[in-house]
Each structure stands twice: as structure tokens, then as C-alpha cells.
Design a protein around this ligand. Sequence first.
Ligand code: NAP
Length: 271
Amino acid sequence: MVGIIGCPLGHSISPAMHNAAFKELDLDFEYVPLEVDPEDLGEALKGLRAMHFAGFNVTIPHKETIVPYLDEVTQLARRIGAVNTVLNQEGKLVGYNTDGPGFIDSLKEDAGFNPKGKKCVILGAGGAGRAVAVSLSQNGSELISIYDIFSEKAEKLAEYINGAVVKDLQKEIAAANLLVNASPIGMQPNIDDSPLPENIKLHQKLLVYDLIYNPPETKLLHLAKKAQAKAISGLGMLVRQGALAFTIFCGKTAPVEIMWQAAREALSAEA
Ligand code: NAP
């Protein structure tokens, strides 16, 4: 048995995606959603251990608070400061982060974009922004600038990855190869909102990657397409972080196409 812990979990499409992959490979696993309130996290982990769960995913609001409860955390997860996948190794809980590597896989596989030597602007310095910034930095991006409405957060993250805080958003976007939205602005139900001020112009040579996957085309991605920039939604990152977690859980290569299909179907069923 595997699953996902978070709160609230109503919107999660991970069970559909993982169960389709287990079925495809004929594996005797089941993936269940487990809603866990923040104050119950410690007790819930004891329960998962007692029930011999093979592993589980972790989502909002537990990605950071789970770290002290784990027996071991990989170097990357520690650097990102968040865990989204846990493997139960005979009672020892080991924490991983597949969000960052999933984002890089999606950039390379879905967008054909190699971040090495590229200039990147990240909007949002929360958990997802941190995973993206650390991963871009590890993958050799030349300049990473961070923009957050809470400027202290942006400063802290920029310092951590040896990047910079955005000083002139228009100028930096004009010089950038990649713009990532790691803020929640534009998510359902606020689909008419954009994380960018209205006067900001995008350009044709820019790749705009929105971590949001619901709606499939955010206002930001709509504006990117209008400016003839390349526009990619966060569904690819969701699928690819899931594929990496799948391999951690069962040791098999994930059937990525099946996971894509199940994720798209679950998303359109929700709409
Ligand atoms: P979070 O911890 O709340 O962080 C979001 C950050 O963005 C906060 O620091 C927030 O500041 C800041 N922000 C808000 N409005 C902004 C704006 N207009 N410009 C710049 N920064 C702004 O959320 P998160 O967990 O990092 O998640 C962020 C988004 O990524 C969500 O939409 C989530 O669904 C998505 N995500 C997608 C995947 C995937 O697999 N596709 C994985 C993880 C996350 P304040 O705190 O001051 O509001």
C-alpha cells in the first residue's frame, strides 16, 4: 500500500495517476489519499509505519514539517528543505524530494529546454519556488532571479542559491530565457489573475513555465501564447515528479505515458 498525505486533498490527481501505472505493470500496489491535519502528523506517521505502507507522497501543508519525523533525508531534499516522497525501508522512513528533479525532467522532456547557461526568472519564493531555484542552480543555469511579493522571502532564497532578487522585472524578463511561475496566482478558482503586473511584456524567445496545472491554460500562459512565447503548464512536472516517486516506491521504471493519460483524464473529470 502507498498513498499521499496532505490537507485538504480533495483535488489530488496522484491516486489516479499512480494506480493507472501500477495496473499497467500488474503490480500489487494500491495508492490511497489520506487526509491528515497538521496536528496529527506524528500519529499519522506511526500509523503508516504500523500498517507497513511501502511509501507515500507528501503535500501541502506537511512538506517541510515532516522532516524532523523522518529517520533519513536525502541531500537534495535537505537542500530544498522539503520532502514530497517517503520510502519505508523496513521501518526506516527515508525522505526524498522529486519536485525539483521532476521540474527539470519536464523542462527537458516536455519543453526541450536545457537550463544549463540560461537566464531564469522565478515568480514566488515558497516551497515550489525553492525546489525550482535549487534545481535550476544545480543544473547550471547562469543567472537566477527571484521575485516574490514578500521581498524578504525572495532575498533569503536568492542568497541561498547564489542568485539575485529581481530589481527591474521588465528588464530581467526581456533578457531571460525562462520565466517560471511558482506562485499560486492564477489557480482555480481565480483563473483571471496573473502573477505579472499588466504592463509587463513577454517576448518570443521566452519559455514560460507555469507550475499551476489547473486550469490547464492559466492567464499567464494565455498571455505568453499571445506574445508568441513557448508556454508549458505544470501538469508535466506533476507527472514527472510522480514518475520518480513511483520508481522510489516499487523500484520499476514508471510508464510515463500511462501516467500522463491518467493525469489528463483525472483533470478533465474534475473540470
Ligand atoms: P507557497 O508556499 O504558498 O508559495 C508561493 C509564494 O508565492 C509565496 O511566497 C507567495 O507570497 C508568493 N506570491 C504570491 N503572489 C505572488 C506574485 N504575484 N508574484 C510573486 N510571488 C507571489 O506555495 P507553493 O507550495 O510554493 O506552490 C506554488 C504553486 O506551485 C501552487 O500553485 C502549486 O499548486 C504549484 N505547484 C505545482 C507543482 C506541480 O507538480 N506542478 C508542484 C508543487 C507546487 P505570500 O506568502 O506573501 O503570499
